[in-house]
Structures are given as C-alpha cells and as structure tokens.
Write a protein that binds this ligand. Structure first.
Ligand code: ADP
Ligand code: NI
Length: 219
C-alpha cells in the first residue's frame, strides 16, 4: 500500500471513530486520541508496523462490551466491516481485528496474551491510559456512569478467575483499583511502557492510600 493511501485510510477511520464514540463515559474520543499517540510512540521504539498500530489503536474500543450487553466480539466485527468497506488487504484486516479481540483486561487471574509486537504496543498504550491521574479520573467517571458507590468498606475486592465473573461484578470503584488498575504495571509488554507505568502506578497507590485515610477520619 502506498503512503498516500494509508494516510487516507487513517483519516477516514479517525472520522468514523470520532463520530461513533462521542459521548461514551470513559471512552470518549480523547481516550482513543491518547492511546493512538502513546501506541505510536511505543511502536517507533519497538519497530512495530505503524499503520497496523494506528488503525488498531483507533478502532480498539469501537464497540466496547461494557456498552453492548457484554458482547465482547462486537468490536472486532464492527472493525472488520469498516475496514472491508475501505477495501484493505485481508491480512491487514485480520491483524487489526486480532489486536482488538486480544486487547482487553479480563480479570486478575485471566491471562491476556498478544500475538504480535503491534498487539503488545496497543495493549500497553490502552493500559497506560487506565492508570495514573487520568486512570483515576476514568475509573470514577465510569463508576458514576454505572451509578456505583465510590467505596464500601463492607465489600472486599475479588481476584476474578474468569472474564465472565470480572464483567458481571458490580462492586464499588475503589475495588477496581485492586481488581485491575494496580495489576497493570506488572502486565505491561514493552520495557518503555513498564517504565512509563511506574510513576503512574505509585501516584495511584498514594491516591488510594489517602482516600482510605480520609475515610477513616470520618469513622
Ligand atoms: P481499557 O480502555 O483500558 O481497555 P476498559 O475498556 O476496561 O479499559 O474500561 C474503560 C475505563 O473504565 C478504564 O479506565 C477502566 O479502568 C474503567 N473501568 C472499567 N471497569 C470499571 C469498574 N468496574 N469500575 C471503575 N472503572 C472501571
Ligand atoms: Ni481503551
């Protein structure tokens, strides 16, 4: 494919995603924007295919299961239909859809392997955006969207052993830190992402520590 054609495909895909995602809590366009940019930074360091990475990053949350009655296969299907409408080579479509299927966190005890360096980079970029100051904001934004409690000391966190159990959990948002966000640092694929995750991780830890400290002051 020529560079010109790739540019055109990316431009069209960006417009498609932007229109589709505008308004979703925690999955606004700016999440995609950040993931795309971080993924491209990681991709350059890891010598990954930039076109595949950018396409997959743009499309990775196109039909998130959390907003589609738990159907986690829909995202790849929507992406496949979109990419086919642009007459892209089959191998590119398959690769991008595989990345979208593999990207998500599925529970503390559930492995989420990626098959290619492009997949690793997109997964890392998505996970970096779930931690740190932005990650905290996204978690409470999502909890609000789901009308969840900020915290409930009577409900301890669970280390989910299946995607089914993780998906159907309705716990408070502080639990989400123990059930997902604090685990992401050690699940980064690339060294660059591991380094970037460190500081965000410790900031989150400190935040939750202070949250619980203030909670105790009210008891
Ligand atoms: P990602 O985009 O990193 O794959 P998800 O699609 O799982 O993340 O979720 C989108 C955002 O909502 C993330 O920031 C995530 O941490 C947050 N989120 C997901 N599940 C919960 C939950 N149960 N409580 C609070 N926040 C959540
Ligand atoms: Ni995402």
């Amino acid at each position: 494919m020529s560079e010109l054609l790739k540019k055109e495909v990316l431009k069209k895909t960006e417009a498609f995603v932007r229109e589709k995602l505008e308004g979703d809590s925690g999955h606004d366009w700016w999440h995609i924007y950040r993931v795309r940019n971080t993924a491209l930074t990681l991709a350059k360091r890891e010598k990954a295919d930039l076109f595949i990475v950018e396409l997959a990053a743009l499309l990775h949350d196109i039909a998130d299961h959390k907003f589609h009655e738990g159907d986690e296969t829909l995202g790849a299907k929507v992406a496949e239909k979109w990419l086919s409408s642009l007459f892209l080579p089959e191998e590119i479509i398959l690769h991008v859809c595989e990345i979208i299927r593999d990207v998500s966190f599925k529970g503390a005890k559930v492995e989420t392997p990626t098959k290619t360096v492009e997949g690793k980079v997109v997964q890392d970029a998505d996970r970096l955006d779930a931690i740190g100051a932005i990650g905290i904001a996204r978690a409470f934004s999502y909890g609000g969207f789901k009308s969840r409690e900020l915290y409930n000391p009577d409900i301890p966190p669970i280390q989910h052993t299946s995607f089914e159990a993780y998906k159907n959990d309705n716990g408070h948002t502080i639990n989400h830190f123990y059930e997902k966000l604090f685990l992401l640092k050690d699940r980064m694929n690339t060294d660059t992402a591991k380094r970037m995750a460190e500081e965000r991780h410790f900031f989150m830890k400190e935040y939750v520590r202070r949250f619980l400290e203030e909670w105790k002051e009210n008891e």
